[in-house]
Ligand binder design. Structure first.
Ligand code: QV4
Ligand code: CA
Length: 512
């Protein structure tokens, strides 16, 4: 009886940390600003067949339309109501996407903006994506409805009403983040409206939530909201399954608020991961990838079972959020592929791959003046479709990093080695490292300025393997480099420092 109770309690506690991924899948992709119709098609034609586990989608709820600058991506972080219409599509398109993606085992994770509504200077009118009215002067959002009673202003003690000092936890939670009208999350009514919104999404079939701006919400308020959420839709998920929660808390150290305050609610974004990884791979500040021997908790990162990890996100790829210039993005494609390759080969954390659209950077004094540019759009402001070229890359300005062969194949690598420990670490004390995952996969990086020629113990069964970075196994042939593993598990790796991609990855599902 006691044991049963214990199991029950621990089951409940671990619930919101569980990805809900299919057991043979490991990795989610953020399809930033994609239309629901394109995501539905991508699930069926690409993500499902290639073993992607889930998708973080842009906020699906109604937002303020901003025309100065012209439809910035960040208008979607200024909610007007919880109706499901946005530049990505309407409610019916959202439902169709969730159904079609779920049916091919690719689950949807919604970016939930629940800390605030739109900016205080939004004014009044109906310039919103569903046409709901709003008045920021009187703090009226009839589409929810919220009134002035539902905001935090009484509690905020700063002169401007905005967050002025991140070393004061009260300001960070009770004042406005860049003027965004801050919801009074301790109110039963407000909690109820947010829970209704999230429960509507759960009933449609989503599998979890990114909680935007979690640092700006009291952990106890988040907990109260989560406790009101329903179990996932049993059409696709086991009965009793809880939504995955991952909270956006930027904690690089040195602020009043730390990630650990949020561990009780669910997973947390580990921003140290991408910031450190960028330095290591760029070789900045004397950093070397051989230092990554104890990557993960050994680097002071949060516990493995709490971490959501990523190389870059929609903020820090353009200088928003935190991380700084070290962050690797598609702009530095060669280094980026190594960074994503390392993340997907390494067991630490729940991994999220970024998928972006292109814009032209204009960096002046370290700031990108084009950081606001929204998704590829038609002249009427509608988002352009994601087109697919003959070589399977994307057109219309979509980068589709998740379709890059090296990245897609490393998602398959991660699925193949899932559950296997990190073994056979090797490094040269500098910028060359290698490691395996049990007897299922092995990866080697040469980030030195000279060629590599080493024989290493891979731990893999003997045979000829196809490197999934320079090519891939297609039928019975290999379009890339072949690696022979001897009966004692050793293999010779030669990687030119000028290779297009100076790393090699082999796994048991790419054995010839
Ligand atoms: C500006 C001034 C204010 C002024 C106001 C007056 O900064 O001081 O009072 O004008 O009108 C946009 C503009 C910003 C503007 C604000 C309000 O960029 O200049 O304020 O709108 O009109 C995204 C963007 C923000 C954007 C916001 C809302 O990054 O630039 O603000 O959307 O449209 C911290 C947080 C972390 C946050 C990160 C960016 O701890 O939580 O900053 N990350 C998340 C999201 C992010 C999003 C938000 C939070 C807000 O990932 O994309 O911000 O939902 O580190
Ligand atoms: Ca707040």
């Amino acid at each position: 009886m006691k044991l049963l109770l214990l199991l029950l309690v621990s089951g409940l506690c671990s619930a919101q940390y569980n990805s809900n991924f299919r057991s043979d899948r490991t990795t989610m992709v953020h399809l930033f600003e994609w239309r629901w119709a394109d995501i539905a098609a991508e699930c069926e034609r690409y993500l499902g067949p290639n073993g992607f586990a889930g998708i973080q989608v842009s906020p699906p709820n109604e937002n303020l339309i901003i025309t100065s600058p012209n439809r910035p991506w960040w208008e979607r972080y200024q909610p007007i109501s919880y109706k499901l219409c946005s530049r990505s599509g309407n409610e019916q398109q959202f439902r169709d996407m969730v159904t079609r993606c779920n049916n091919v085992g690719v689950y949807i994770y919604v970016d939930a903006i629940i800390n605030h509504m739109c900016g205080a200077a939004g004014g009044s009118g109906t310039r919103s994506t569903c046409g709901s009215s709003y008045n920021t002067g009187s703090k009226d959002f009839p589409g929810v409805p919220y009134s002035y009673l539902d905001f935090n202003d009484g509690k905020c003690r700063t002169g401007s009403g905005n967050i002025e000092n991140y070393s004061d936890a009260y300001q960070v939670r009770d004042c406005r983040l860049v003027s965004l009208l801050d919801l009074a999350l301790e109110k039963d009514y407000v909690r109820g409206k947010i829970a209704d919104y999230l429960n509507n999404l759960i009933s449609i079939g989503v599998a979890g939530f990114r909680l935007d701006a979690a640092k700006h919400m009291w952990p106890g308020d988040i907990k109260a909201i989560i406790s009101r959420l329903n179990n996932l839709n049993t059409k696709w998920f086991p009965s009793g399954a809880r939504p995955l929660i991952f909270q956006e808390v930027i904690d690089l150290g040195g602020e009043a608020i730390s990630s650990s305050e949020y561990f009780g609610n669910g997973r947390v974004t580990e921003f140290k991961y991408g910031a450190k990884l960028g330095n290591l791979i760029r070789k900045w500040n004397g950093e070397k990838i051989s230092y990554m021997r104890n990557w993960g908790e050994g680097w002071g990162f949060m516990p493995n079972d709490r971490a959501l990890v990523f190389v870059d996100n929609h903020d820090n790829q353009r200088g928003h959020g935190a991380g700084g210039a070290s962050i690797l993005t598609f702009f530095d494609a060669r280094l980026y592929k190594m960074g994503v390759g390392f993340m997907l080969a390494h067991p630490y954390g729940l991994a999220r791959v970024m998928s972006s659209y292109r814009w032209t950077r204009n960096i002046v004094n370290g700031q990108d003046s084009n950081d606001w540019i929204g998704p590829p759009a038609n002249s009427d402001g509608s988002t352009k479709a994601v087109t697919i070229n003959a070589d399977s890359t994307c057109g219309n300005g979509w980068v589709c990093e998740h379709r890059w062969r090296q990245i897609k194949n490393m998602v398959i690598f991660r699925n193949t080695v899932n559950g296997q420990g990190l073994v056979n670490w090797w490094d040269n004390g500098g910028h060359q490292v290698a490691f395996g995952r049990g007897n299922r996969g092995f990866i080697v990086f040469n980030n030195e300025g000279y060629n590599m020629d080493v024989t290493l113990n891979t731990g893999l069964p003997a045979g000829t393997y196809c490197d999934v970075i320079s090519g891939q196994k297609e039928g019975t042939r290999c379009t890339g480099i072949q690696i022979s593993v001897a009966s004692n598990g050793s293999a010779r790796f030669t990687i030119s420092s000028s290779a297009e991609d100076p790393f090699v990855a082999i796994h048991v599902n790419a054995k010839l």
